[in-house]
Design a protein. Structure first.
Length: 575
C-alpha cells in the first residue's frame, strides 16, 4: 500500500507512514483532508505550523489516459484560506512508483538556515546543499539539477519569488521534455516551500517500482473505453490539440465575456492577434510544436512549444489564461512580449493569472503605460530581488492595489479572477464567489454550459440555473482532482453517457477497492466540506463569498450585464 512521507524541515527527521485515517483518499481530497485535520486554521501561512502536501491522485502511476496530475495543498499566503493547486509534469507518475501517495513538509528551520534540496529515494530522505541553485531562476537551476541527476530527473522547485516568499510564488515541476514548465500556480504554494527553506525536491531517478492494477483485465477494459470517450469528443480530440487552450480567445471574446482593461470591457479589439489560431500560425512558421502533453499519459496534447522569431524555444504551456491576462486585460498586443512574460513567470516561479492581473493594476495606477509589454517585462524582472517594486508586484493584486492606490481590484478572498467576466458567465462567477480557494475558474468551470454548450446549456447572462450548475461542477471537479485526472477530461465526460461510470470503474479496478459513482461524488463533496470547514475556522463568513462591488454597479459591454447575486443566494452553491 502507498505510504505518506513526512519530512520535518527543521530537525531533518522523516518517517514513512501508512495512510491510516487518510485511506481511500488521493489528490485534492487527500491534501484538503490533511490540511483541515492537521493545520491550525488561524496559523500564519508562513509559520512552522503550516504544512505543504504533495499528493498523487487515486489513479496516480497508472496508465489511464490523462491521470498524471499532482495536487499541492497548504494554507495559502495569498488568501489566508485553504488551497489546492494542481499541476502536470512527472511528479504524480513517479511518486506511486516509489510507494508514495503523499509527501508532507512540516515545521520550518531558523530564518538564517540555508536552503536545501530534498533527495528522496527508497526508504530514505537526504537534505542536500542547494547553494549552487539558490538565487537562480528555475530554468538555469533545473539545468544544474539535470547535469547532476541525469535525464531521468523528476523535480519540483521554486524560483526567486518562492525564495523571497512572495504571495504569487509557484512550484515548478519537471515536464516530459525536461523543462521546469509545469506549475502548481495559484495561491502562493511556492512561498510556503520557500518558508521551509526547500529550493527543490528530487525523486530518485534510478528508483522506480512497477505499479500494476489490482484487476488488470478490468482495468484494461475500462482504460480502452476511457480513451474512446476522450478521443470521441470534439473539444478533447480536435479543438484543444489543434490550438491549445487559447482556442478560447476568439470564442470567449465573441461571447462578450473576455475581461479587457482590468475588467472594464467584455471584448478585446485585438483578440484575433492573440488567438489560438494566430499562436498556432506563429508556432508552425517558427518550427515550434503545436501539440504536446503536460504530463505522462496525456492524449489530449493541448500544450505547445512557442519559439521566438529565430526559432529558439521560449515557453510551453501557453495557456488561454496567460494570453488573456497579459494580452487582453493588460492590452499587450505583441505575442512575443506575451510569450516573454509567460517565460519570465516560469523563471521567477510566479502565477501568470495573478501576475497578469497585477500588471493591469500597475497600468491602472499609472506605474507603466497600458499595453506596454516591454515595460511589464522590466517591472517583473524585479521580482525576487531587493527592489521594492519587485516586492510589491510579487505579492499580487490586493497588495499592489494598496501600494498603487487602485480600488478596482477583481479579487475574491484576495485571489484575482481568471479570464471570464462573471457578469457574462454567471456560472463561473458563482464559483469565483463560493469556492474556498478564492476566485478560481478550475474549481467549477461554468463556461461549459454558459458558453460552450457542453453538458447542456445555461444562460450565462441570467441567474436561473447557475447556482446549481456551479455546485454540481464544483463537486465533480473536486472528484476529478482527487482521482488525478486533468480537468479537461470533463468536457468529454459531461457529454458522455458512461463517462462518470468509466472513471469509477478505472479507480475500482486499479485500486482493488469498491468504488461506485456515488463514491466518486462523495469524494468530491468530501473535499469541498474539508475546505469549507477549514475556511470557517480561519474566520471566513458568507461575506467573503461575494464579488467586488464594481461588478454589481458597472455594466459590462457589449451586453450591458451586471452581477446580481447576493451572498445569501450564493450559499446554495455550498455542499
Amino acid at each position: 500500500m502507498a505510504q505518506i512521507l513526512r519530512i520535518n524541515c527543521r530537525t531533518k527527521e522523516y518517517s514513512f507512514e501508512d495512510v491510516g485515517p487518510y485511506v481511500n483518499l488521493g489528490g485534492r481530497a487527500l491534501t484538503s483532508r490533511l490540511i483541515n485535520k492537521e493545520v491550525p486554521a488561524d496559523c500564519h501561512p508562513l509559520s512552522a505550523e503550516n504544512k505543504l502536501v504533495f499528493a498523487t491522485g487515486l489513479l496516480g502511476g497508472s496508465t489511464a489516459a490523462n491521470s498524471g496530475r499532482v495536487s499541492v495543498g497548504t494554507k495559502s499566503p495569498l488568501t489566508g484560506g485553504i488551497k489546492e493547486s494542481n499541476s502536470g509534469g512527472l511528479f504524480a507518475h513517479k511518486m506511486p512508483k516509489m510507494g508514495l501517495i503523499a509527501i508532507v513538509l512540516e515545521d520550518k528551520p531558523a530564518e538564517d538556515a540555508p536552503f536545501s534540496t530534498l533527495f528522496i529515494t527508497d526508504g530514505k530522505v537526504e537534505f542536500r546543499d542547494a547553494s549552487d541553485i539558490v538565487g537562480l531562476n528555475t530554468y538555469p537551476g533545473h539545468d544544474k539539477l539535470l547535469a547532476e541527476y541525469g535525464n531521468k530527473l523528476c523535480a519540483a522547485m521554486i524560483g526567486p519569488a518562492g525564495e523571497t516568499v512572495r504571495k504569487t510564488a509557484t512550484i515548478q515541476f519537471t515536464d516530459p521534455y525536461k523543462r521546469p514548465a509545469r506549475s502548481a500556480g495559484r495561491g502562493g504554494t511556492g512561498a510556503v516551500m520557500g518558508s521551509k527553506k526547500i529550493k527543490a525536491i528530487v525523486l530518485d531517478p534510478e528508483f522506480a517500482n512497477k505499479v500494476s492494477a489490482a484487476d488488470n483485465d478490468a482495468f484494461k477494459a475500462a482504460r480502452s473505453t476511457w480513451v474512446e470517450i476522450l478521443k470521441g469528443h470534439p473539444v478533447t480530440a480536435e479543438g484543444l490539440p489543434a490550438f491549445g487552450t487559447s482556442v478560447l480567445v476568439n470564442v470567449i471574446n465573441e461571447a462578450g465575456a473576455m475581461p479587457t482593461k482590468n475588467f472594464r470591457l467584455g471584448q478585446c479589439d485585438h483578440a484575433a492577434d492573440i488567438s489560438g489560431e494566430k499562436i498556432a500560425e506563429l508556432i508552425e512558421a517558427r518550427g515550434g510544436k503545436t501539440t504536446e502533453g503536460c504530463h505522462a499519459g496525456c492524449i489530449i496534447q493541448c500544450s505547445q512549444q512557442y519559439n521566438d522569431a529565430d526559432g529558439n524555444y521560449v515557453s510551453s504551456g501557453f495557456e488561454y489564461e496567460t494570453v488573456w491576462a497579459f494580452g487582453a486585460n493588460a492590452l499587450i498586443k505583441d505575442m512575443d512580449d506575451i510569450a516573454a512574460l509567460d517565460r519570465l513567470c516560469d523563471e521567477k516561479g510566479m502565477d501568470t493569472i495573478e501576475i497578469g492581473n497585477t500588471v493591469a493594476i500597475a497600468m491602472d495606477g499609472g506605474i507603466i503605460p497600458w499595453g506596454d509589454g516591454k515595460a511589464a517585462i522590466e517591472l517583473l524582472e524585479k521580482v525576487g530581488t531587493g527592489d521594492p517594486m519587485g516586492m510589491i508586484m510579487g505579492n499580487g493584486v490586493t497588495f499592489a492595489g494598496g501600494a498603487f492606490g487602485v480600488d478596482r481590484l477583481p479579487v475574491v478572498k484576495n485571489q484575482s479572477m481568471p479570464a471570464y467576466d462573471p457578469r457574462a458567465v454567471k456560472g463561473v462567477g458563482v464559483t469565483y464567489a463560493t469556492t474556498a480557494m478564492g476566485a478560481d475558474h478550475t474549481a467549477g468551470y461554468g463556461v461549459t454550459a454558459n458558453v460552450l454548450g457542453v453538458g447542456g446549456t445555461v444562460d450565462g447572462h441570467k441567474k436561473e440555473g447557475n447556482i446549481e450548475l456551479s455546485k454540481n461542477l464544483q463537486v465533480a471537479t473536486a472528484a476529478i482532482d482527487s482521482m488525478g485526472f486533468c480537468l479537461f477530461v470533463a468536457f468529454a465526460v459531461l457529454d458522455s453517457e458512461n463517462g462518470v461510470q468509466t472513471m469509477a470503474d478505472l479507480v475500482q479496478s486499479y485500486t482493488g477497492n469498491a468504488f461506485s459513482v456515488d463514491d466518486l461524488v462523495a469524494l468530491g463533496a468530501g473535499a469541498m466540506k474539508d475546505e469549507q470547514e477549514f475556511n470557517e475556522r480561519a474566520g471566513f463568513t458568507k461575506m467573503d463569498d461575494k464579488l467586488p462591488r464594481f461588478f454589481e454597479t458597472d455594466l459590462l459591454p457589449p451586453h450591458d450585464v451586471v452581477w446580481d447575486f447576493d451572498e445569501d443566494e450564493l450559499q446554495g452553491a455550498k455542499v
